[in-house]
Design a protein. Sequence first.
Length: 164
Amino acid sequence: MKRSVSRFIVFVGISFLVSCGSIQERPFPKHDYRSVVNKSLDPSYLKKILYSHYNEWQGVRYQYGGLSQRGIDCSGFVHLTFKSKLGKNLPRTTGMQAKIGQEVRRNDLRAGDLVFFRTGKSSNHVGIYLENNKFLHASQKKGVTISRLDHVYWRSNYWKSVRV
């Protein structure tokens, strides 16, 4: 009996040592953003990510300073979208987001570019360009929605666009 117990302990010990040797030392990352960022250069892949994100957030109400599905503002939505879907950490506010990246002409917009609007004396608005004059944003009236750049309101308040 003692002999079979000691054989069992030796067997378990060897099995443990062999299996532990195959365990990787580095922790598995929560998200492997490298593949997303590389694929994000492909406009069709990026559009797919953005439309999928829209489906998750569609209709979430606007809340100034909000940063969750209970309520979110425009810059918070852009910040969370880039962080969770593209692995890019953008500033939290519209003013700071407007200072990053490279400015692009309205005619040269690509999926993922940020579009900015002057909506009041001291207020701005931001969204994410999709395609065909459409952009994704958190609207004060409709919550998270898709709007058109050529709509009279957005066209008249357009400020600039940047590529991050």
